[in-house]
Write a protein that binds this ligand. Structure first.
Ligand code: SF4
Length: 527
């Protein structure tokens, strides 16, 4: 049986909700939707590439220099790490350390035995710019008030690792860093991304690297190590934000989680707005097939005293686009079922609907509640509202859809991490007689070619022949075109049709405080 170690991923999970620690790593007992979440997986895969590139910033050739501990076996990894340190290795990737039942794998571990100093670099496929701040401060006094929520997960993670390392190396000074994609940097070599190709072997994703690749072929650095020792000190010395018990210092918190995981006991926290996205929920059919239990149901049965049958009804967490504060108010007042929500309870929590066409958000929520009470599953169509809206459209109607990519390690020389790459669009047209046509498309297949300007030229060609209304789904198409605008504007090379292209983007998009095009695309997600 595997030892019940509190690893960094379990620590991070527990920090989201301490009860989750009980449900995790029980694949054959509890449903866990995060195991099937392809989006999370693909994000993690981006992290693999960044992790592999990072190794080259610490040595010339990580493969030849054999710095990586590859095994997933806990004890084997610990032994191999200890062997490398004893053999004088100064840099180890994915180094394993254990203190009692706390267990970590450090992305990059650098040790100076003479000086008794260690560097811990936690690699994150996240973008960072020198203007980013990890901590918030009081506007008047400038006094630091806490870690910004956007960074909390990352910093808690590295705080946990530094804590474990400090326990393993009590005589060493440990400096901790987040190693991230530097938004201010530019790739100075062609095809940087493709030096690190993702490959899959069963469930395991790995990165294959050309054995001849060395540091000098990778150009300027596009990753940056940012020291986070001050932030960690803050985390260690101030009470941890926890749902289970207030006032715990970091060490006490780690001790509590460690014991709970080791003993397989449940830390029961009050149900909360975060339950809406809890991964330990059954996904009807799938769970039934495998007879998996739902952690969500266990938590809500315990907290609400509703029956199993009542819990099958729509819950307040299902209320359409309702803010966390409002939802929290409902849960705290003991209102769990959508059918028990009244207009008075949500009216003051709903923003004015002045900018919405058709139903206001409040009307939409009240309708949802009404339908829930009446077990009415019929689709609602606001015919009058839709008619009013359609009267503002000009035929032929153009529907465009973009496929884009935004990766940490750029594909192209001269581009920054996480820059927008637009490589495909489709264009459908609805004519005045309501006939539908797949009018055109663009796709770039050419490896190493930066497609954005050709993409834009092709789009212009598709849309410039009439004044028909253009539709987009949500903000994506507007965001992409505004980003291409910036790329074009800042491009020092000679682009003969630059001003025409910029003008075209201004005509069909909007940018806050800058422009609103005469033919600004209509957003259909809001309908
Ligand atoms: S249902 Fe809520 S309380 Fe239970 S584990 Fe999930 S998030 Fe935590």
């Amino acid at each position: 049986m595997n030892p019940r170690y509190l690893t960094k991923s379990r620590f991070k999970l527990a920090h989201e909700c301490e009860t989750k620690l009980f449900y995790t790593n029980k694949k054959s007992e509890y449903a866990d939707q995060s195991l099937d979440d392809s989006f999370l997986k693909s994000l993690a895969e981006g992290g693999f590439q960044v992790g592999e590139l990072a190794k080259y910033y610490f040595c010339n050739d990580p493969v030849a220099e054999n710095i990586t501990i590859d095994t997933l076996n806990y004890e084997e990894a610990l032994q191999l790490t200890a062997d490398k340190i004893n053999n004088g290795f100064k840099v180890i990737a994915e180094a394993a350390f254990r203190y009692e039942n706390l267990y970590i794998r450090a992305d990059i571990f650098k040790i100076d035995v003479q000086k008794k100093e260690i560097e811990l670099h936690e690699v994150k496929a996240k973008s960072y710019s020198s203007a980013d701040k990890f901590m918030s401060a009081d506007r008047k006094t400038g006094e630091l008030t806490g870690i910004k929520s956007a960074w909390e997960g990352y910093l808690m993670d590295v705080a946990f690792q530094k804590y474990v390392l400090q326990k393993c190396f009590p005589d060493y000074k440990i400096n901790a860093f987040l190693l991230m994609a530097d938004k201010d940097s530019v790739a100075t070599v062609k095809g940087l991304n493709q030096f690190f190709k993702l490959s899959k072997d069963g469930d395991r994703v790995s990165v294959s690297v050309d054995p001849k690749l060395t540091r000098d072929k990778l150009g300027d650095k596009i990753l940056k190590s940012v020291n986070v020792d001050d932030e960690i000190q803050w985390i260690w010395t101030n009470p941890v934000k926890t749902k289970f018990k207030e006032g715990l210092k970091f060490a006490e918190y780690v001790e509590m989680l460690s014991k709970s995981y080791q003993d397989n006991t449940k830390l029961v926290v009050p149900i909360h707005t975060g339950c809406k996205k809890c991964q330990f929920r059954t996904d009807s059919q799938k769970a039934d097939e495998k007879a998996l239990k739902s952690g969500f149901t266990e938590c809500w049965l315990h907290a609400t005293k509703l029956s199993q049958q009542e819990l099958q009804k729509p819950l307040v967490t299902d209320l359409w686009s309702f803010g966390f504060r409002g939802m929290s108010g409902l849960i705290d007042s003991g209102i769990y079922l959508l059918e028990d929500v009244t207009g008075e309870l949500i009216t003051s929590k709903t923003r004015s609907g002045a900018n919405y066409p058709g139903l206001t958000p409040l009307e939409r929520r009240l309708l949802q509640i009404e339908k829930s009470k009446n077990h009415d599953t019929e689709v609602f169509l606001d015919k009058e509202g839709l008619k009013r809206e359609m009267e503002t459209w000009t035929f032929p109607l153009h529907f465009i859809d973009f496929e884009t990519s935004r990766v940490a390690i750029p594909f192209h020389e001269g581009r920054k991490p996480y820059e927008q790459i637009a490589f495909q669009f489709s264009h459908h047209v609805v004519s005045a007689d309501y006939s539908i046509e797949h009018k055109g498309q663009y796709i770039s297949f050419e490896p190493g070619f930066f497609p954005n300007y050709e993409f834009l030229r092709a789009l212009k060609k598709e849309l410039e022949n009439d004044e028909g209304t253009i539709f987009r789904y949500h903000n994506h198409e507007n965001t992409v075109l505004c980003e291409i605008y910036e790329q074009l504007e800042n491009d020092p090379s000679n682009i003969p049709d630059k001003s025409e292209l910029l003008n075209f983007i201004e005509t069909i998009t909007h940018k806050t405080d800058k422009w609103t095009g005469d033919r600004d695309m209509v957003e259909i997600q809001q309908f």
